[in-house]
Each structure stands twice: as structure tokens, then as C-alpha cells.
Design a protein around this ligand. Structure first.
Ligand code: SF4
Ligand code: SF4
Length: 170
């Protein structure tokens, strides 16, 4: 799956923002899922990186910041952005979209927290989400742990057509 921010949010916008690489303490269980490949690459790039596995998903051990309520991803280079480049975790490649599920249906939603997405028309965002759906669902078929329970505040962009049973993480 391509990095979907291409053409929606500029690299310059992301370089000046980096908001989606910082996490409030109560959201640490919802940080990006680290696949085996990404874990290996991360350990090569940042040997001191550590992982944690709550709820059966491997996550980065986020690093504390001066604000004790805010943590930062160990893969963030503060001047050049994500050290993983195009090999970022699924959720990072998909952001500001997110894959969520409710009542056995998977859907692509839009995060309300990206400060730059407001510049993009809703029609363009919806078109991009619809174009992504097939690839996103194929990846989720392989890794069902990527489907997160729907969260209030996220905007539903498109929903899969066929019903299927999913097991959102607790
Ligand atoms: S929140 Fe949006 S603008 Fe900021 S780094 Fe993430 S994708 Fe880029
Ligand atoms: S893996 Fe990269 S894009 Fe994802 S949160 Fe960490 S630094 Fe940000």
C-alpha cells in the first residue's frame, strides 16, 4: 500500500507537524502495530528500540518527553521525519485514515486530529479512501489485528460491501 498522504498532505506539512508520531499516555495501547519485518528493520536502524506486546500486538515502546503525559515514537528523527521511510507500520502509512470495524463491517475512517487535512476537499478524501479500500482490506485479511474498534469522532469514509465476522481487539 502506498503512503496515502502523498498528494493529500505535503511532506513539508508533515515535517513541520509530526503530530501523529507523538502519543498521549492514555493512547499508548493504540500506537502502530509493528510487523515482524518492521521490527527487524527498526532494530537495525535504531538498535536501542524496544517493543511491548499488550493485547497480542507488537508495539514500539514509546519514549517519554519533557511533558510526562506525552510520548514519542523511537523511530522519529526530529529533523527528517520517520526513519522507516516507506516501510512504516500499516497505521502510519494509512494515517490520517484509519481502519476500523463495527458490527462485523470494516471501514476506512478519517482522523479528526490531522491539522493539515482541512485543506483537502471532502470529495477528494472520500475518493482516496475508496481507492484504498481493496488493498487495505486485503492487508487486514492477512492481519486481522489491524482492525480497530470504531472510535467516536472519526469520520466514516467508506465501508466494505460484504458482511464478514471480524474480531476487533478488546
Ligand atoms: S498529523 Fe497530518 S500533517 Fe501532521 S504529521 Fe501526521 S499526517 Fe502529517
Ligand atoms: S513509525 Fe514512523 S510514522 Fe509511525 S509513529 Fe513512528 S516515527 Fe511516526
Amino acid at each position: 500500500m502506498e503512503d496515502i498522504t502523498d498528494g493529500l498532505v505535503s511532506a513539508a506539512d508533515c515535517a513541520g507537524c509530526k503530530q501523529c508520531c507523538f502519543f498521549e499516555s492514555y493512547t499508548l495501547a493504540d500506537t502502530p502495530t509493528v510487523s515482524d519485518d518492521v521490527a527487524v528493520l527498526s532494530a537495525m536502524l535504531v538498535p536501542e528500540v524496544r517493543f511491548t506486546e499488550p493485547y497480542g500486538r507488537r508495539l514500539f515502546m514509546m519514549l517519554p518527553t519533557e511533558d510526562k503525559e506525552i510520548f514519542v515514537c523511537p523511530m522519529l528523527d526530529h529533523s527528517s521525519g520517520c526513519k522507516l521511510g516507506g516501510k512504516k507500520p500499516f497505521e502510519c502509512r494509512l494515517f490520517p485514515f484509519a481502519l476500523m470495524g463495527v458490527d462485523g463491517k470494516r471501514m476506512i475512517t478519517l482522523s479528526p486530529s490531522c491539522p493539515c487535512i482541512g485543506e483537502v476537499s471532502f470529495g477528494r478524501l472520500k475518493e482516496r479512501a475508496s481507492a484504498l479500500l481493496k488493498d487495505v482490506l486485503a492487508e487486514a485479511d492477512e492481519r486481522p489485528e489491524l482492525v480497530r474498534p470504531y472510535e467516536a469522532g472519526y469520520i466514516v469514509m467508506c465501508v466494505e460491501k460484504s458482511h464478514r465476522q471480524i474480531t476487533p481487539q478488546e
